[in-house]
Design a protein around this ligand. Structure first.
Ligand code: ADP
Ligand code: MG
Length: 256
């Protein structure tokens, strides 16, 4: 049997009322691909990621994880909704999302934040989960912060905890929505360096980012969204040296 792409999105559309935000976006990530998604504010990057893990329901188009199609149906109001909530939960558990704003539980320590999913969602035995959580904290360079509360960490440290927490669920595909945009400039590098390690390990990642250096050096493919459509896409070496559209050229010059 041929290998399926880790993630495939086919002709996705999403509107909010009369506002057509995603206008037929398709994308495919093979296992180990890192896809950088670029675009101006309001171009639909977050909406696109949110449609992949069904935080938003697309109006039409298909999402496949390892070849399994997310099944949708029309409800009696003619809206598209998931057919089977258990399938949504199962597929969502194979995706992990890292947000701009870290979204850690403030009343839990770093270790408890990382343990929460494995213990309460996946029902992993606590001792085993704890061992794994400690290994993940070591991986993101935070072994010595396990018992701290998020408020006592820098933004860069909090985001690294959020990445450890995402990894604890053993996701097949990781979705990052501007993971460094809320950070002070001097803290951006430590988070990008963890993400670079994940890429080197062969993790499949979709990364919405304004970090052009990361897109250029780490992504296997870069996609530029403009007003809800793929305007340019390809190998970053091609795209950055030879932008074809006026929109992408203008975007790049604003980024520099
Ligand atoms: P980006 O992440 O590229 O900045 P977004 O996906 O957040 O863009 O937003 C794209 C467009 O969709 C914007 O015009 C935004 O106002 C609109 N939008 C996003 N989410 C909603 C929502 N829940 N309800 C209505 N409009 C929304
Ligand atoms: Mg956004």
């Amino acid at each position: 049997m041929a290998d399926h792409p880790a993630l495939k999105v086919d002709d996705l559309h999403k509107s909010f009322g009369a506002h057509h935000v995603i206008k037929g976006v398709s994308m495919e990530a093979q296992k180990g691909d890192v896809i950088a998604i670029l675009g101006a504010s309001g171009s639909g990057k977050s909406t696109f990621l949110r449609c992949i893990n069904l935080l938003e329901t697309p109006n039409s188009g298909d999402v496949y994880l390892a070849g399994e199609k997310m099944r949708m149906k029309q409800n009696r109001h003619g809206e598209t909704v998931p057919e089977d909530i258990r399938q949504v939960e199962r597929m969502r558990s194979r995706l992990a999302m890292v947000f701009q704003g870290f979204n850690l539980w403030s009343h839990m320590t770093v270790l408890e934040n990382v343990l929460e999913g494995p213990v309460f969602v996946q029902k992993t035995p606590k001792a085993e989960a704890r061992e794994k959580a400690q290994a993940l904290l070591a991986k993101v360079g935070l072994s010595d912060r396990a018992d701290y509360y998020p408020a006592h960490l820098s933004g860069g440290q909090q985001q690294r905890v959020a990445i450890a927490r995402a990894l604890a669920m053993d996701p097949d595909v990781m979705l990052f929505d501007e993971p460094t945009s809320a950070l002070d400039p001097e803290l951006v590098g430590e988070v990008l360096s963890v993400m670079r390690d994940l890429a080197d390990e062969g993790r499949t990642m979709l990364v919405v980012t304004h970090e052009m250096g990361f897109a250029r050096d780490v992504s296997s493919k870069t996609v530029f969204l403009h007003q809800g459509e793929v305007c340019e896409e390809g190998a970053p070496s091609e795209l950055f040296t030879n932008p074809e559209t006026e929109q992408f050229r203008a975007f790049l010059s604003r980024m520099n």
